[in-house]
Design a protein around this ligand. Structure first.
Ligand SMILES: Cc1cc2nc3c(=O)[nH]c(=O)nc-3n(C[C@H](O)[C@H](O)[C@H](O)COP(=O)(O)OP(=O)(O)OC[C@H]3O[C@@H](n4cnc5c(N)ncnc54)[C@H](O)[C@@H]3O)c2cc1C
Length: 395
């Protein structure tokens, strides 16, 4: 029977999967490229079925305690004058949703996986599948054998590349790039977001309850750009070029980006694959079905995917062929619906035309007067709950 399972990646999907596998009596090992759990980051949401998973993990209270406490968002013009404001409870999809920092969720999950072996500061370099096990080579550690290998290593997954093929075979570029980084609280915000749009451009600043300073966000529409994902010096000029003529506090944000230690820049891309497993290797979270930040559902998919995969492995008594098929069957529709809402996200956050901007601002002005069923949050709520989470299988 399958017992030893190597998981690559210790952000959301990785530790969540390790938790459930350990619960079900497997022996997971997690290898993470960073030297430790990566703290900080941007705000993410745990919604719908993912809230149920968090509850079953016994971490819901902790998640709530780590809430960002965001109250709402104001849209301003180039001179900083208010155009529209919307309260958070009009934007989010359900009363039980929890918004917290990605790093906080990661830390909480990691703390719940006592008894799981973590190997930090290393990466898989080769995967060789045999009839009864998988031989794995690492950058630093000696080669080891495992029964299964699971890639939970995000958008630029190494496991996917090694076991399934080049990243470009599975990416669907959504037409935007985004940058996020910590900066000074230039606007004295408190649990509030302020954004300024021009067609195809978004500049924003937000301060969550848990932030010391504030977070800047710069997003823009463009053809797919070439840059080294690990080298900010190849990314900063692209940001400068895209926001060259922008007003509001955008020039200050561009300046701040140069010195930000947590500078993040990437294309907004989804991962679409016909199959999430090959032999003894499978993918979970962004690595297999990243819906993109525009969906706001990546962390929830990662939590739910980890739960379903572990449960199916347990239900199949470790028969990975059976379990991987069941995992796909249960997750496919849920993933498809959540990937679909990224298009609505783009229209709301970065409209590409003046008319689109005007319509979005009008919608925000009207939101307090609209029934909840008429607002965009209804689509998100529907997608976030579009899976029947069967009860956990008793051990
Ligand atoms: C700017 C931005 C905003 C977002 N906003 C939201 C939001 O509002 N709501 C939401 O739900 N989601 C949001 N997301 C998405 C969310 O962060 C991801 O969907 C979620 O983190 C997926 O978790 P994951 O564990 O699958 O992958 P990731 O969080 O990407 O983690 C992958 C992990 O694998 C590690 N790793 C990578 N390569 C290797 C390797 N070779 N060996 C070992 N380890 C490796 C990485 O260091 C990382 O720890 C946003 C993402 C971004 C970038």
């Amino acid at each position: 029977m399958t017992k030893t399972i190597l998981i690559s990646g210790a952000s959301i999907a990785g530790p969540a999967l390790a938790f459930w596998l350990h619960e079900h009596g497997f022996h997971p090992t997690v290898v993470e490229r960073s030297p430790a759990i990566r703290d900080g980051g941007y705000a993410i949401d745990v919604r719908g079925a993912a809230v149920t998973v968090a509850e079953r993990m016994g971490i819901l209270t902790e998640l709530r305690e780590a809430r960002t406490g965001m109250q709402g968002m104001t849209i301003v013009d180039g001179d900083g004058r208010d155009l529209a404001s919307v309260r958070m409870d009009e934007l989010v999809s359900g009363p039980d949703d929890v918004e917290l920092m990605r790093g906080a969720l990661s830390r909480i999950l990691h703390e719940r996986t006592d008894g799981v072996e973590y190997v930090f500061g290393d990466s898989i370099t080769a995967i060789e599948q045999g009839p009864h096990s998988v031989r794995v080579e690492f950058e630093r550690a000696e080669p080891r054998e495992f029964d299964l290998v699971i890639g939970a290593d995000g958008l630029h997954s190494t496991v996917r590349r090694l076991a399934f093929g080049p990243e470009s075979d599975f990416t669907r570029y959504l037409g935007f790039h985004v940058s996020i980084f910590g900066t000074e609280n230039f606007l004295d915000l408190d649990r509030w977001t302020t954004v300024h749009n021009t067609p195809g451009r978004l500049g924003g600043l937000y301060r969550a309850r848990t932030d010391r300073g504030a977070k800047a966000i710069l997003g823009f529409a463009s053809p797919r750009l070439r840059f080294d994902p690990r080298d900010p010096s190849t990314q900063l000029p692209l940001l400068d070029k895209a926001f060259r003529d922008e007003r509001w506090i955008v020039p200050q944000l561009l300046e701040a980006a140069r010195n930000a230690p947590d500078f993040y820049f990437d294309s907004i891309t989804q991962i679409r694959m016909d199959s999430w497993s090959r032999g003894r290797v499978a993918l979970v979270g962004d690595a297999g079905y990243g819906p993109s930040p525009l969906s706001g559902q990546g962390s929830s998919l990662a939590l739910v995917g980890a739960y379903v995969l572990a449960r199916e492995l347990h239900a199949a008594d470790g028969d990975h062929h059976w379990a991987f098929r069941a995992y796909e069957r249960e997750m496919r529709n849920f993933v498809a619906l959540n990937q679909k809402i990224a298009t609505d996200g783009a229209k709301t956050l970065i409209p590409k035309t003046r008319t689109g901007l005007w319509l979005r601002n009008q919608m925000f002005r009207l939101m307090p007067h609209l029934p909840k069923t008429a607002t965009l949050s209804k689509n998100v709520e529907r997608a976030a709950n579009a899976i029947d989470l069967r009860d956990r299988v008793p051990r």
